[in-house]
Ligand binder design. Structure first.
Ligand code: ADP
Length: 162
């Protein structure tokens, strides 16, 4: 059984993330979408909310599950008996940080490989950050996130001072 872990903040999940999950699900028997606590990033959604949004989106996907983790990724991957870490590469701007992260994770545990995947071309500009900015300013994000995420953004931002 080949298991891949796809870690991230998912604050919130976007269609770009979903595109990657679908691609990874074709390569692995099991894909665990691991929502990181990411406290330092001061996420808009709580860990429980981010986990719930992912869980709902992957419901129809066999072999895909959602989980949460805190602390060192390599320790989590070992605990879940993962063989690989999935990360996304959108543009050159992602490369430097992702390269550093992958090599650091290899240094910490050389049994675990990092696999980079490219999303569909039309999602290369998509990030949770830009979706939040557009939604905050009242823009329509329906093309970028699943409907239940759009609704969650709407509810969350209505409660927040602009
Ligand atoms: P993190 O806080 O780890 O950066 P993110 O939720 O922003 O978490 O992203 C998780 C992973 O998904 C990262 O590897 C990121 O590069 C990738 N990713 C995010 N958005 C996209 C996208 N539109 N297309 C491809 N990969 C993406």
């Amino acid at each position: 059984m080949r298991i891949a872990i796809y870690p991230g903040s998912f604050d919130p999940l976007t269609n770009g993330h979903l595109d990657l999950i679908q691609r990874a699900a074709k390569l692995f028997d099991r894909v665990i979408v691991a929502v990181a606590k990411s406290e330092g990033k001061q996420p808009l959604f709580t860990l429980a909310e981010r986990h719930k949004l992912v869980t709902r989106a992957i419901e129809p996907m066999p072999g895909v599950e959602a989980d949460t983790f805190d602390g060192l990724l390599v320790e989590y991957v070992a605990k879940r008996s993962g063989h690989a870490i999935i990360r996304g590469l959108r543009a050159v701007s992602d490369f430097e940080f992702e390269f550093q992260l992958a090599l650091m994770n290899r240094k910490l545990d050389e049994r675990i490989e990092t696999i980079f995947m490219m999303p569909k071309g039309s999602y290369t500009f998509l990030s949770s950050k830009i979706v939040k900015e557009v939604a905050r300013l009242g823009g329509d994000v329906a093309d970028f996130v699943p409907e239940h995420v759009r609704q969650a953004l709407d509810r969350k931002l209505r409660k927040q001072p602009k």
